[in-house]
Design a protein. Structure first.
Length: 320
């Protein structure tokens, strides 16, 4: 297919020497030519970069002109994606994790869809590659189920996926809006997708499984202890809320900020995390939000949070 649409594929690399070859081959062998491959070396301590460079110096030397390799000290996944985005020049941006891989027709199918629809966002399905089986998963067609705000709410209530790797956005969404990047590496996709969805005017659901998501990597960042995961997730989500705190009702978090506040407070209490100390404004934020099902958080947890604040900080319990 000949198309003027250019797709930038950003691949952060850290600790994936077992998997980088499969990932890289799937990118170098794409059936669509108008792609830009941006590999971000996030200070990987293993041989991942040597393997990648070996492929580019050998059988995939013809792909070198499409490739950019960005070097940085280890800063984590969000910072690596941000560094890759700063070098991107494509019309659309796609992230690929370096222990995963793409269908060889992925870029072609996305470009065809983007050219046909002009959508700000094209989202599609993935294949979860488990130890003994492969399972197709993906977001519902939110163009028919409430639109982007329903899509955002569903990410926070477990009714859809927040994965950025199955969401291909126009690069202009990043450049035309102030998009914040998360400070930590947990729920970082939800943090980003909340903003990107909000600023998208149009979206299209491509009913195709184009991404292979590896679930057998024992070193995957998401395989952490629960308290550590909740610490990172809470910091990220509350940080997102703080960016829009002055007017949350007219912002990307308008449907979910009450949930974010209760979620952060609950994690502080249940997991004994110093989140009230890190975010002094969290106490007053909880006080300002009455208990309600509309907060998108379990009522019993809201009540426990209010009781805790009353006991420790003299807060009144409110409900509607």
């Amino acid at each position: 297919m000949n198309s003027s649409i250019k797709i930038s594929i950003i691949v952060p690399i850290y600790g994936v020497e077992q998997y980088i070859e499969q990932c890289a081959r799937s990118l170098f062998e794409q059936t669509y030519d108008n792609v830009e491959l941006i590999f971000v070396n996030d200070g990987t301590p293993d041989n991942s970069l040597s393997i990648l460079r070996g492929l580019l110096e050998g059988e995939y030397a013809s792909q070198k002109d499409k490739c950019i390799i960005v070097e940085q000290a280890n800063s984590g996944l969000p910072a690596a994606r941000k560094a890759g985005l700063a070098r991107a020049s494509g019309d659309y941006v796609l992230y690929v994790d370096s222990d995963d891989w793409l269908e060889l027709t992925a870029a072609q199918e996305l470009a065809e869809c983007a050219q046909r629809t002009g959508a700000d966002l094209v989202f599609y399905r993935l294949i979860k590659e488990k130890k003994n089986k492969s399972v197709v998963r993906g977001d519902k067609d939110w163009t028919k189920k409430g639109g982007k705000m329903a899509f955002i709410k569903a990410m926070y209530t477990g009714k859809t996926y927040g994965y950025l790797v199955i969401k291909c956005f126009k690069r202009s969404i990043y450049t035309d809006n102030e998009i914040y990047f998360p400070p930590m590496g947990m729920l970082e996709d939800v943090y980003m997708a909340t903003q990107l969805l909000y600023y998208s005017k149009t979206m299209y659901c491509l009913d195709r499984a184009l991404y292979h998501y590896r679930r057998t990597n024992p070193d995957s960042f998401t395989r952490q202890k629960r308290a550590k995961k909740r610490w990172g997730a809470s910091i990220n989500l509350y940080d997102l809320y703080l960016h829009f705190k002055d007017d949350p009702e007219h912002s990307p978090v308008r449907e979910v900020y009450k949930r974010i506040i209760y979620y952060t407070a609950w994690n502080a209490i249940y997991f004994k995390l110093p989140l009230f100390e890190k975010f002094p404004s969290l106490i007053e934020d909880v006080r300002s939000i009455p208990i309600s099902r509309r907060n998108l958080y379990p009522l019993y947890k809201q009540i426990i949070v209010k009781l805790y604040l009353k006991l420790h900080y003299g807060s009144d319990i409110q409900s509607v």
